[in-house]
Write a protein that binds this ligand. Structure first.
Ligand SMILES: [Zn+2]
Length: 176
């Protein structure tokens, strides 16, 4: 599963132009049908999504290409889950976050658990993206927790993306 930091519409053009690379070997992916349809719950709406598949001729396997607003193996969108992580990093507990976002506490606890478990690699990935976008980003402020540091790095990377390419911060997520 590959996250692409662009919208669904732009995936099609980027795939046709050979601009989306295989995450394993960096060969350009070619269009390869579609993955199964699914619905994604966003902040104020439910969107249906039929993700594009890309084929890597080198690895001989396909990758599901998710647009920036969807999250692999989650029914909720990147904006909702990202907000939960931000609130958790600010010290809010999973029950309060669940109440604020209108999601079941168990679901939110699951997001936070897996984000905390993967906080190190989340942070490393966000930092790599940040440095690719801005080679001199300045010092990162330690947030006091691994998840906090990861969220800080992600927010800085998103900001660097918007400064460089324009657009709305809510339309950008990182590939992890
Ligand atoms: Zn490959």
């Amino acid at each position: 599963m590959l996250h692409v930091a662009i919208t669904e519409e732009r995936i099609e053009g980027a795939l046709a132009a050979g601009e989306i690379a295989c995450p394993a070997c960096l060969t350009a992916l070619s269009p390869w049908g579609f993955a199964r349809s699914r619905t994604v719950r966003l902040a104020g709406e439910v969107r249906s999504l039929r993700p594009r598949r890309g084929w890597c001729g080198c690895c001989e396997r396909s990758h599901v290409l998710l647009p920036c607003w969807a999250v692999a193996r989650r029914r909720d969108g990147a904006q909702v889950i990202g907000e939960a992580l931000r609130l958790a990093a600010a010290g809010m507990g999973h029950r309060s976050i669940a109440a604020r976002l209108g999601r079941p506490p168990g679901t939110v606890r699951g997001w936070l658990r897996s984000a905390r478990r993967g906080a190190g690699s989340l942070r490393a990935c966000a930092t790599r993206a940040l440095l690719a976008l801005d080679p001199e980003p300045g010092a990162l402020t330690p947030a006091g927790s691994e998840l906090g540091d990861a969220v800080e790095a992600m927010m800085l990377a998103v900001r660097a993306w918007v400064l460089r390419f324009g657009g709305d911060e809510e339309d950008v997520t990182l590939s992890v």
